[in-house]
Ligand binder design. Structure first.
Ligand SMILES: NC(=O)c1ccc[n+]([C@@H]2O[C@H](COP(=O)([O-])OP(=O)(O)OC[C@H]3O[C@@H](n4cnc5c(N)ncnc54)[C@H](O)[C@@H]3O)[C@@H](O)[C@H]2O)c1
Ligand SMILES: O[C@H]1[C@H](O)[C@@H](O)[C@H](O)[C@@H](O)[C@H]1O
Length: 339
């Protein structure tokens, strides 16, 4: 560990999330510094490194991972690039915070799972940041207390103001609904066993050819039914809501009205415009929790098993969407490392 016990972090990928995590490590959280940044776009890496004291810029993760200044790795490159960097970090015995998705498909996630098991201990926290959001944490605590009895149904709404130009119909499932896959498994403590996808008439707001919105149904091994409206061109803002229906009551999060105003014949509040705004505190808590655990020599939070399970549900979801039928999810038995 460098500089009086401060964790030296290499941030891989300095795009939207990577640059935001560099700012967070530099300005918001404690116990870590950005020692190196890596991006295949050399200019982007250099521009981000310039704003950080003692930070080197690289185009190849191998150079950064081999540096004596680097104690830990934060991966924020696109999903298909995650596996290679995860395996390289394992080879250097470095702890990792890996943005979601762990990897884009179940086979590659399984390879990472097997590699981590060969190390014999957990090395990776996966960036499912909703587990660090104050509202989701309250909902989880309520469900764990069983105050409302057993959960029976979970209704989710996941709305983005607009989708980026490269967004595909499959990405509604594996880039967006992947978050509901993780919170469903985490909130309920159950695995998702089957997925069905229903598609209404596409919104006129959606780019030509994008099947948006969609309604995604999960069945779980505890008999809970979960529905998620995914709607990535809703136009009005970024909205993530969840309502759990239990035997003796319901609980709902995500209305997010910290202040309600009355003016000009209307009442109401404001809606965040993107995930960076809505989940700002959750990202801060996620990265701080990773740094704190790493400095204690521990690994906490969403695991490679969680990343693998989400990848397997994504695969079933994309098939369910394509084939228009209910698809069951096949998971391997959970290895002892993740019990
Ligand atoms: N948790 C969340 O809410 C959330 C939100 C958005 C994105 N993400 C995830 O964060 C990751 C990055 O997404 P983004 O929106 O920042 O993307 P982005 O396109 O803005 O940035 C990705 C960066 O990685 C670089 N890059 C590409 N291949 C690379 C490689 N092999 N090695 C190093 N750098 C490489 C690109 O040049 C680019 O600068 C993705 O895994 C994405 O799913 C998570
Ligand atoms: O990559 C992003 C990100 O994961 C957001 O949290 C989600 O709301 C978006 O739909 C997705 O495209």
């Amino acid at each position: 560990m460098t500089h009086q016990g401060t964790l030296g972090v290499a941030v891989i990928g300095t795009g939207r999330m990577g640059a935001d995590h560099v700012r967070r490590i530099n300005e918001v959280i404690s116990g870590a510094r950005v020692a190196a940044v890596v991006d295949v776009d050399a200019e982007r890496a250099k521009a981000v490194a310039q704003g950080v004291d003692g930070c080197t810029a690289h185009t190849d993760p191998a150079a950064a991972l081999a540096s004596d200044d680097v104690d830990a790795v934060l991966i924020a490159s696109p999903g298909p690039a995650h596996e290679a960097t995860l395996l390289a970090a394992f080879a250097h015995d470095l702890p990792v915070l890996c943005e979601k998705p762990l990897t884009p498909d179940a086979a590659s996630a399984l390879r990472v799972l097997e590699a981590e098991q060969r190390l014999g201990r957990r090395r990776v926290q996966v960036g499912f940041m909703r587990r660090y959001d104050a509202e989701y944490l309250r909902l989880k605590a309520l469900l764990d207390s069983r105050e409302l009895g057993r959960p029976l149904m979970l209704h989710n709404r996941h709305r983005n103001a607009s989708s980026p130009p490269w967004f595909t119909s499959a990405m509604l499932i594996n880039d967006s609904v992947v978050h509901e896959m993780d919170v469903t498994r985490w909130l309920l403590g159950q695995e998702i066993t089957a997925v069905t996808v229903l598609r209404p008439v596409p919104s006129g707001n959606a780019p030509e050819g994008l099947e948006d919105p969609q309604l995604v149904l999960f069945e779980t091994d505890g008999g809970v039914i979960v529905d998620t409206e995914i709607n990535v061109n809703c136009g009005f803002g970024y909205q993530v809501q969840a309502e759990v229906v239990c035997e003796r009551g319901t609980a709902r999060i995500g209305d997010g009205h910290t202040m309600v105003t009355n003016a000009a014949g209307r009442w109401g509040g404001t809606i965040a415009q993107d995930f960076v705004e809505r989940f700002a505190d959750a990202y801060d808590r996620e990265v701080q929790a990773w740094v704190d655990a790493t400095r204690r020599g521990e690994v906490t939070g969403p695991s490679v098993w969680d990343g693998y399970a989400a990848a397997a549900v994504c695969e079933a979801g994309v098939r369910a969407q394509r084939e228009g039928t209910r698809i069951t999810v096949d998971l391997i038995a959970r290895p002892a490392l993740y019990h």
